[in-house]
Design a protein around this ligand. Sequence first.
Ligand code: NAD
Length: 476
Amino acid sequence: MNQRNEPSFRESVDLMFNRAVALMDLAPGLEEKIRVCNATYTVRFGVRLRGQIQTFTGYRSVHSEHMEPVKGGIRYAPSVHQDEVEALAALMTYKCALVEAPFGGSKGGLRIDPRQYDEHELEQITRRFAYELAKRDLIHPSQNVPAPDMGTGEREMAWIADQYARMNTTDINARACVTGKPLNAGGIAGRVEATGRGVQYALREFFRDERDIEKAGMSGSLDGKQVIVQGLGNVGYHAAKFLAEEDGCVITGIIERDGALFNPAGLDVEAVHNWIRKHGGVTGFPDAAHSAEGAAVLEEECDILIPAALEGVINLSNADRIKAPLIIEAANGPITAGADDILRAKGTVIIPDMYANAGGVTVSYFEWVKNLSHIRFGRMQRRQEEARHQLVVDELERLDRYLGDAWSMSPDFKKKYLRGADELELVRSGLDDTMRIAYQSMRTVWHEREDVHDLRTAAYLVSIDKVAASYRAKGL
Ligand code: NAD
């Protein structure tokens, strides 16, 4: 507990878990087995940098091994600590179960501010951390497969994959030891955008059912909805960009480390993103009001609030002032258990993290399968699919000639129909399907069980049920 009597991140996850299991009929002891974190490994290692040895602290936590490998990102942030890594590992267990990615839950973290180091130094640190984890099988294609998280990305994953391959020179599946790699190092098309894309697909599915829209006291579609995003990093940037460009949402607020931008007429996400890249923050961006007190913008009027930065940002100190009727947790754990109680009581609808940001692990799953099968998705089928479509088009063209003016093919039908799906299209299709099905499983519980009043409890019920079934199948 902290000063405000706020539970820690891990306690918050446990409280939410407890709320759900109270509604289940689990065998005695199984509830405890599922909740606890199996193991957390702490490593302290030294790297010689700038003429002296610097010591770093890292963690890899394994929450549940009901399925292996276990999966979860590696985070680089100065605030990383054991409680946080364990909470994130637990969320990974529930998340993978919910979206039917065949993994147990894990998470890693390195206590470091990556902005304080240059690329070469970060490579040395990452390789050493990867070495420490790999030699204990905490990075391994069939046991533990990391991915990017806050402060890490494709570059770090490529270093980790290379480090593992150097240590395991005869492992033909070495590339499957980590996901989120760049395409040229065994990555998959669509992984970088995946988590933000998943947030978009989640919202689209929410707006497909009138009952859900009504529960949030809203109406209509995504078109024209006012959105505030916190954190314009990997997840927040892609979610905001796709929602604005493809669904007609108006991004009215963007909150970053150095304050927030606000413009009721809508912010140009691409322009803000470029500005941050160039200037390191949002300060000074033209065409918007800047507020140094960024977190206060979470409390502004909007239709959809997307916390996509870090945990605990909506807590006991601000929950009652949050006005958004719909919050989608793109980050992990942005709403504390106490704030969740306050928001639920107000009728705010929360699309929970374990579902909302599952796009990342879903596409990581596709990448892992691609690495193990050693072939790009679509490589065998694409031209064959085009050839079959060509047959249909040839027939339609014959009909076209025969019917004369009475009928003709629409101008771009032929171009669109003839093209076989490439890897990116297949990945997006698989992600869309996964996000729809997982949402529908939560929706059914939410609407059909009288004792379930929110999507988070529904999500826990669906996923714990699956984890429990795995344990039972193992004879536990
Ligand atoms: P990132 O490092 O790419 O982006 C984080 C962004 O948040 C950065 O732009 C940073 O400047 C900003 N930020 C940091 N502190 C802030 C503060 N106090 N106020 C406002 N903004 C702040 O990280 P990411 O990969 O986008 O991850 C964000 C969240 O999404 C994390 O909770 C992570 O666990 C979760 N997540 C990420 C993935 C993924 O695939 N990357 C998958 C699932 C969940």
